[in-house]
Design a protein around this ligand. Structure first.
Ligand code: SAM
Length: 250
C-alpha cells in the first residue's frame, strides 16, 4: 500500500519515491495547493521569516522539487536589498560602491558576494518544472538546478550558509546519512517536515505515499545534534502538522 504497512526494501523505497514524483511533477504545484488548501505557502513563507537570510547568503535547498523555497529565498533577499538601499540613500549620499551592480553591501559598506540558491533534487522532472517556472517568470538569476541525491551531495565543504530541506526528509532512505552529510558542511540546517501522520493522510498524500519510519521531532532534533549542530530547536506549526527544525554549525 502507499500507507507504509508493508515492508519494502530500501531500493524499493527509493524507486517508489522517484516514480511518485516523476509521475506528479507536472501537477505537483497544483496538487500541493489543493491538498494543503494552500497552507504549504504559508509554511514556506514562515520558513523564510524564520531563516531571515541576509543579502549575500548562499542557499542549498535539498529535495527542492519545483523551487518554492529558492524562489522565496531570492525574493526575500531582493526585498531586503531594496530596503537597505532605501535606508542608506536616506542616511547619506550614494557612495561610489553603490554603482557596482552585481555585488551587495551591508549597511556599513562591507561588500558581500551575490546571493545564490542551488536547488538540488534527485528527480530531474521536478527540477525541470521548477526551471520552467523560473524561466517564464524571469527569475532565473542566481538560481542553479542540480540533480543529486541528498545522501551524496556533490558540493565542496563550506560553500553554503544555509541548508534547507522542506518536506523532503521523509522521502530519503537514510535520514542519518543526510544529517551527517550536512554535519560535514558548514550549514545552517533548516527542515520543514511533517509529523502528524493522521492529519497528513488527508492533506499531504504525496508525502504519505512515500514516507516510512521518519523520526518524531524530538528524535530528529537529537539526530541533528549528533551530526554536530548546536542550538538545535524545533517549532511545531499549525497544531503540530509540521515542524521546523533549525540548528547551527560554525
Ligand atoms: N521542497 C519542495 C517543496 O517543499 O515543495 C519539494 C518537496 S517534495 C514533497 C519532496 C521532494 O524530495 C521531491 O521533489 C523528491 O524528488 C525529492 N527527493 C526524494 N528523495 C530524494 C533524495 N534522496 N535526494 C534528493 N531529493 C529527493
Amino acid at each position: 500500500t502507499h500507507f507504509g504497512f508493508e515492508t519494502v526494501s530500501e531500493t524499493e523505497k527509493s524507486k517508489r519515491v522517484y516514480q511518485v514524483f516523476e509521475n506528479v511533477a507536472e501537477k505537483y504545484d497544483v496538487m500541493n495547493d489543493a491538498m494543503s488548501l494552500g497552507i504549504h505557502r504559508l509554511w514556506k513563507d514562515m520558513l523564510l521569516r524564520a531563516m531571515h537570510p541576509q543579502p549575500g547568503a548562499q542557499l542549498l535547498d535539498v529535495a527542492g522539487g519545483t523551487g518554492d523555497i529558492a524562489f522565496r529565498f531570492l525574493d526575500f533577499i531582493r526585498v531586503k536589498q531594496e530596503q537597505n538601499k532605501r535606508k542608506s540613500s536616506r542616511s547619506m549620499q550614494s557612495p561610489p560602491w553603490q554603482e557596482i551592480s552585481n555585488s551587495y553591501f551591508s549597511e556599513d559598506g562591507d561588500m558581500f558576494q551575490e546571493s545564490r540558491a542551488v536547488v538540488c533534487d534527485i528527480n530531474k522532472e521536478m527540477l525541470k518544472v521548477g526551471k520552467q517556472k523560473a524561466d517564464s517568470s524571469r527569475i532565473s538569476a542566481g538560481l542553479s538546478w542540480v540533480v543529486c541525491d541528498a545522501e551524496e551531495l556533490p558540493f565542496d565543504d563550506n560553500q553554503f550558509d544555509i541548508y534547507t530541506i522542506a518536506f523532503g526528509i521523509r522521502n530519503v532512505t537514510h535520514i542519518d546519512q543526510v544529517t551527517e552529510i550536512t554535519g560535514i558542511h558548514n550549514y545552517v540546517f533548516i527542515v520543514l517536515g511533517e509529523k502528524n501522520i493522521t492529519f497528513l493522510l488527508f492533506i499531504f498524500l504525496i508525502v504519505i505515499s512515500t514516507s516510512r519510519g521518519s523520526p518524531g521531532p524530538e528524535e530528529f532534533k537529537y539526530m541533528i545534534e549528533d551530526a554536530g549542530f548546536s542550538s538545535v530547536k524545533y517549532h511545531n506549526w499549525t497544531g503540530g502538522v509540521v515542524a521546523l527544525h533549525s540548528g547551527f554549525k560554525l
